[in-house]
Design a protein around this ligand. Structure first.
Ligand SMILES: Cc1ncc(COP(=O)(O)O)c(C=O)c1O
Length: 359
């Protein structure tokens, strides 16, 4: 029998969450963001489940080629664009749409002898200050892009820095700066602003294309709102089993460093899942784990392949089902105990953990 840890991926939850994005922004087309192996869920599996999406976005050309070779026919947008001139041949061969965020990329487009023209996404930096052209540069960049033989349609986009906080004034400012910039630059083709938080929290940002990521996987894009109130369904159940249950004597410690001391003689369960699988090493004592549907607290430090739980008051034996996160235990809640975010939990799921499709 193989090790019991697995990530069960529920296709109906992915589809439900896509529909929630559509319901929130009914006039927009959807670019499903499936970079980083679809936030750890398995990129090909997710792309096929979300076949109804109008387009996909990834971070690297390798991811995009992988999708094309798996039969994905929709537009594929490269969120970091291309990195050198050789990449342009791949964009042509696989019909990919790069984000153009730097003068370096613009110059490569101007100098290429490629005649095949592809759509590009002009990235405007409205406040994230990560990638993109400043609003002041946009008009001249747009004019230069129009002159490139390798460029067909020029779409425009921006990305929000603080939309996870619905009270923040930064997002309305970014939206108005974006609108002003495209108007002044004379950009007339389609545009995209909204990530998940924009879709659910800032209707003014919907525009022609929305770009949901985290909400598709059933985690909250907001710091203070849970998935139940957003009607999202967890797409991943990280499931394992108890591989040991035994009594540890009062005063004895559990795990590396011996930090957790048993206050009485008590049953301790060991679960096949550790930081080598992507479970957060910084999950604090007390992080909830579901054993047979009952919440029990994590005790001691997270090891590479195992965690230990306090089984007092829980009737459990070796082989019983354990849920690390998913239904009834949102990844957002586990993430809080580890001082991180669900994005990171999902992305960190190790390759050795099988993704099992649940229809
Ligand atoms: C440019 C861009 N658009 C959209 C998204 C999706 O964001 P979220 O997962 O918060 O919906 C990301 C994710 O990082 C991104 O980098």
């Amino acid at each position: 029998m193989s090790r019991p840890l697995r990530a069960e991926i529920r296709l109906s939850a992915l589809q439900h969450n896509l529909q929630q994005a559509r319901n929130a922004a009914p006039s927009s087309k959807v670019i499903a963001v499936i970079k980083a192996n679809a936030y750890g869920h398995g990129m090909q599996l997710v792309a096929h489940a979300l076949n109804e999406a109008d387009a996909f976005a990834v971070a690297s050309i390798e991811e995009a080629i992988n999708l094309r070779e798996a039969g994905v026919h929709q537009s594929i947008i490269l969120l970091e664009g291309f990195f050198d001139t050789d990449d342009l041949l791949l964009l042509q061969a696989y019909s990919l749409e790069p984000v153009i965020h730097s003068l370096h990329q613009l110059e490569m487009l101007e100098q290429t002898s490629l005649t095949y023209a592809f759509d590009v996404w002009l990235k405007i930096d409205t406040g994230m200050h990560r990638l993109g052209f400043s609003p002041m540069e946009c008009k001249s960049v747009y004019e230069r892009l129009k002159e490139c033989d390798a460029v067909e349609t020029i779409h425009a986009m921006t990305h929000f820095s603080s939309a996870d906080d619905q009270e923040s004034l930064t997002t309305p400012y970014q939206i108005s700066l974006f609108k002003k910039t495209i108007e002044e630059a004379g950009i007339t083709s389609t545009v995209s602003l909204a990530n998940s938080a924009g879709i659910l929290g800032f209707p003014d940002s919907h525009a022609d294309w929305i770009r949901p990521g985290i909400m598709l996987y059933g985690a909250s894009p907001f710091v203070d709102t849970d998935i139940e109130s957003l009607s999202l369904q967890p797409a991943m159940n990280l499931v394992s089993e108890l591989i040991s249950v035994r009594d540890v004597m009062r005063g004895e410690s559990v795990g590396y460093g011996g930090e957790w001391i048993c206050p009485e003689t008590m049953p301790v369960g060991v679960i096949a899942c550790g930081y080598g699988d992507g479970y957060p090493r910084h999950a604090a004592e007390g992080t909830p784990v579901l054993v047979n549907g009952q919440r029990v607290p994590l005790i001691g430090r997270v090891s590479m392949d195992m965690i230990a739980v306090d089984l007092r008051g829980c009737d459990a034996k070796v082989g019983d089902r354990v849920l690390l996160w998913g239904d009834e235990l949102p990844a957002d809640e586990v993430a809080q105990h580890a001082e991180t975010i669900a994005y990171e939990l999902f992305c960190n799921i190790a390759p050795r953990v099988p993704r099992i499709e649940i229809k």
